[in-house]
Design a protein around this ligand. Structure first.
Ligand SMILES: NC(=O)c1ccc[n+]([C@@H]2O[C@H](COP(=O)([O-])OP(=O)(O)OC[C@H]3O[C@@H](n4cnc5c(N)ncnc54)[C@H](OP(=O)(O)O)[C@@H]3O)[C@@H](O)[C@H]2O)c1
Length: 323
């Protein structure tokens, strides 16, 4: 009362103004940091900081293939891991034809198919293949999703096995095979491909198993980041939204779904920095807008979108069967 009589604002109004100022300052600082990281921050000198070779799984198509080209352009030698000898040879030849000066080696490994020993034995052979190389960067990129949206009870044994093998076992086993060398050398960077579907969206119903396997990658990476930081190893999980690849069933790049090459350019600039990141700027914007939508509304939006994808996918399957 006394304050109001003397024309001063009451204490509660001052406290509210101070709080508003703090919130605005925090938001401005976060925006400035994001702008810097997304557009201005220089990439880590990968070869000098971590070692000469980069290992990329799923390097024959999509994001992995594009990452291989960007990593070669940034001065790293490459080990390409893939299931198809022909596609590996083609990517290797194309990389060499670019005259980037990178040495390229290939390793055939199908993470899903049985035969030639179990997966542990096959990844063990990859570990032996890498033993004498100064592996500085590991990119655990290989992964798969559903052909189209479906309820969890409609996911058959084959699809479930494929997702768990590619999205969980591959990243776990390859990391386990590569880490001892990095620990010995006291340096390394590991980049694991997670997904915005688990890290940004509150849910992605009808893609449950895919999203759950990517949540595994996210938490696996986060704990390793803490575990190995003091040993000179930077572990990161990248969580993009959509990229125009066969996995996403997107042929033409769009503003929100960049080409693998555009994504890879942003992705390589982030390696070695934050433990979790969304390197491509339009993905980060989408993430910000999703965070503003109340969860029950976002859940409903994604469920409706995915139900439509399911209906289309089932109709396509039915047409194929009828032919
Ligand atoms: N595209 C997106 O919108 C998006 C969004 C978020 C996260 N991601 C993640 O990004 C990663 C790459 O996805 P992408 O979109 O680039 O997929 P993609 O275009 O389908 O490429 C997948 C790569 O994995 C390889 N691969 C598939 N099955 C394999 C197996 N059994 N053994 C060994 N290699 C195998 C493929 O080999 P072939 O060339 O022989 O087929 C290809 O090189 C995945 O982990 C995915 O979850 C993608």
């Amino acid at each position: 009362m006394a304050c109001e009589e003397h024309g001063q604002p009451p204490a509660w109004a001052l406290a509210l103004a101070a709080l508003g100022l703090l919130v605005t300052a925090r938001a401005a600082a976060r925006l400035a940091l994001w702008l810097y990281a997304a557009f201005l921050r220089p990439a880590r000198p990968l070869r000098r900081r971590y070692g000469a070779w980069a290992v990329v799984t799923g390097a024959t198509d999509g994001i992995g293939r594009a990452l291989a080209f960007r990593l070669a352009a940034s001065g790293l030698d490459l080990v390409l891991v893939g299931r198809s000898p022909d596609k590996l040879a083609a990517v290797s030849a194309e990389l060499k034809s670019k005259r980037l000066g990178a040495q390229v080696r290939t390793f055939v490994l199908d993470f899903v198919a049985d035969g030639d020993g179990d997966l542990a034995a096959r990844v063990g052979k990859l570990g032996e293949f890498l033993r004498d190389l100064d592996v500085g960067v590991l990119v655990n990129n290989v992964g798969a999703s559903y052909p189209y949206a479906r309820y969890f009870h409609e996911v058959d044994e084959e699809l479930a096995r494929k997702l768990i093998r590619l999205n969980v076992e591959a990243v776990t086993r390859v990391t386990h095979a590569v880490l001892p060398g990095m620990v010995e050398r006291g340096r390394g960077a590991i980049m694991n491909m997670g997904s915005g579907a688990s890290a940004i969206m509150p849910s992605d119903p009808l893609y449950t198993l895919y999203v759950a396997t990517k949540a595994y990658v996210d938490q696996f990476s986060r704990c390793l980041y803490v575990e190995y930081k003091s040993k000179g190893i930077d572990v990161q999980c990248q969580v993009p939204i959509q990229v125009a690849t066969k996995l996403a069933s997107i042929r033409k790049p769009t503003f929100l779904a960049p080409s693998p090459e555009t994504y890879a350019r942003a992705a390589v600039r982030y390696i070695g920095y934050e433990p979790q990141c969304t390197p491509y700027w339009t993905h980060a914007l989408v993430g910000f807008f999703i965070s503003l939508v109340p969860e029950p509304i976002a859940d409903r939006m994604f469920l409706n979108r995915n139900l439509k994808i399911r209906t289309k996918g089932r109709a396509k399957d039915a047409r194929k069967k009828a032919q």
